[in-house]
Design a protein around this ligand. Sequence first.
Ligand SMILES: N[C@@H](CCC(=O)N[C@@H](CS)C(=O)NCC(=O)O)C(=O)O
Length: 287
Amino acid sequence: MVQLVDSDIRTREVLGWKGLHVLHFMESSCSQKLRIFLNLKGIEWESHLVDLFTGENFRAWFLGINPRGLVPVLVHDGVVHIESNDIIQYLEKTFPAPKLIPAGYENEVAALLKHEDDLHLDLRTLSFRFVFAPPGPPKPAESLKSYALNGSGMVRGSKDHTREIQIEFWERAAREGFTDERSRASAQKFRAEFEELDKRLAKRPYLMGDTLSVLDIAWFIYAHRLSLAGYPFARLHPRVNAWVDRLRARPEFAREIAMPPESVTRLEATHRAHAMAGKMLETVAGF
Ligand SMILES: N[C@@H](CCC(=O)N[C@@H](CS)C(=O)NCC(=O)O)C(=O)O
């Protein structure tokens, strides 16, 4: 569990926040995952939006809460929790009903969620190449400077290296963009994952059996984002495609992935430009 300690936190006001507070962004995949989980649990929470498009997460106030500069963050009665999967596992323990991690499978689920999180930068590569597709560097140099300078840089009292890894990711993207080669490598990883999930779904309606679990929420979010990127689910993984459609129809899921009209317009323009250049995801990935 990544629960921060006092010396990690510079924005001291959060220590006095009572109840459940979530710092998040509407179009962030990890935030969507957490919000769907909260909806299914029926947990009430207070919303604090952090705009990733304008770099609010790289400013001193937010870095004073999460030194990693990432959303989502949970503040529960003044205690700061980071890392979406750790937050979910913490909430599952704190609010056990309805069960979203099958009893006795806690360690297996933790390992499977860790594996999912390890693919996050691959998801981000494909998201920035095929969904958000900003015309210039994805994060301005001044934002990255503020990112490097602010916050304690400490997690659980020790120096934390996540911020360096993140800055290196964004600086590399500014230097070389999200190249065909990198995009193809990321897409191939997902293809292998979804082939496995397709096999699982041949035997059961949800990834862990007869009932929905956090694993369905986590992989739904990846599949949904990749479908926006143009990943050909219907052709490559028909069972995954049907499962995503089923979950998408549920209100607890649907309302968290709804896109504002300006994002729909931007995405349509991006797809048109990629189609004209012969650079859709399936072509670049060689699917
Ligand atoms: N392992 C982290 C990953 C969090 C993460 O990378 N969040 C993204 C949004 S999905 C973010 O905050 N990105 C910062 C940015 O785009 O500037 C978690 O699961 O919470």
